[in-house]
Design a protein around this ligand. Sequence first.
Ligand SMILES: C[S@@+](CC[C@H](N)C(=O)[O-])C[C@H]1O[C@@H](n2cnc3c(N)ncnc32)[C@H](O)[C@@H]1O
Length: 228
Amino acid sequence: MFDRIAPTYDLLNHLLSFGRDFSWRRQAARCIGAGGPLRVVDLATGTADLLIALLREHPHIVDAVGLDCSEEMLAVGRDKLRRHGLAARGRLVAGDATRTSFADESFDAVTMAFGIRNTPDPRATLDEIHRLLAPGGAAVILEFSLPANAVLRWGYLVHLRLVVPLIGALVSGDRQAYRYLNQSIESFHGPAAFCAMMEQAGFCDVSAQPLTAGVASIYRGSKAAGNG
Ligand SMILES: C[S@@+](CC[C@H](N)C(=O)[O-])C[C@H]1O[C@@H](n2cnc3c(N)ncnc32)[C@H](O)[C@@H]1O
């Protein structure tokens, strides 16, 4: 599905979020540790927008990898890294975020934006993120959520169920992909349940930060220093 919508993915992201997605990714990028040198992997990196935000925010990143299972999304991402002059600092690789080939404890930060909802088993993905982190490292996950306020939630559901599939189908030509988007957002875990899942996967200091009235959330958790 992501191979099919790759050419129009970025445009639709910006249109359907009213441009808020730039600031969401920037805020997520700021949640990783500020000290260097940092090794970072962005799972389900897609067209690499979060990887680009990370590289811009953190000049002391020494290894930056974006991983995704869609070659077409990665091709758009590689082109963008080149255009932004960041190709020498970030590399994009094909792979499955739930079973990567990276060694245990290879990264100081693992990020994932709007990806964990799409993996078949989010808990298994959290286990993989935990495995990849060095002790003391941080997981930063950006994902859609629903506003807690009933009125805002109602308005947002109208946007999700009517506007998103319509504009998505018109621009991408793929009605099914943008139907899937609203269904997957509505059925994904809310912030409290997702934080509990992160704790079950072994993360400590877990927090959820609502963005734009709660239509997205940044989840952060650490891998305990010392005993993992
Ligand atoms: C909604 S896009 C998010 C892309 C990007 N992170 C962003 O912020 O725009 C979801 C991405 O997850 C990728 N994806 C879904 N399941 C995956 C998996 N098991 N392993 C790796 N990538 C996956 C898709 O190919 C797609 O690029």
